[in-house]
Design a protein around this ligand. Sequence first.
Ligand SMILES: [Zn+2]
Ligand SMILES: [Zn+2]
Length: 203
Amino acid sequence: MLKVNDLKKFCLASDDRLAEPISDDDFTYATDGHIAIRIKRINEITKKKSINNFPDLSLKPWHEGKWVKMPKYQCPTLETCPVCGGARFIKKCPECNGEEEIIFSNAYNDYECECQTCGGEGDIPGGKDDLLCDWCEGKGKTYTENCPFVIIHDDTRLNIRLLDKIKNLPDIQLFFPASEGVVNIKFEGGVGILMMMRHCEDW
Ligand SMILES: [Zn+2]
Ligand SMILES: [Zn+2]
């Protein structure tokens, strides 16, 4: 059975609405917007849904097809995370206050300039009291490519970041509906969906 801590990695720390697992009726959910999972309700989790388009996990795959085991895939090389610089944590840039730009003004005009302190990112590397870096999920290292993917099950592209998150779920199996744009998953004690990766922009 998954515990509260196991669910955290399926949450999105940088979004208040998704930063914690959520309980609704008989189930507890966690999602980062790319993966959503649902398990039997954990009573100590009391946060409620606060987004309208929460993925519907009550639907079972209705297409012909079969469940397949987690595919084996080759992991690309890891590099220092470009967002946190390997620090694992980030904090709001003190110069631009997260705005990514600096505005200068004189009597005649205003000038906008990319913030040089954060390189226009809005964040700078932080310390352990700051936000865990979402990009590398606090690992400090990440894949070189922006959206590394593997092609599995015919021509379905799945993002390796997504696969990495689910690969250790107990007894994980995947189901590929013909056209729904999602991949269903099931594991011991729960179900979930993954958004399929067709283009980089999806990530
Ligand atoms: Zn990072
Ligand atoms: Zn800045």
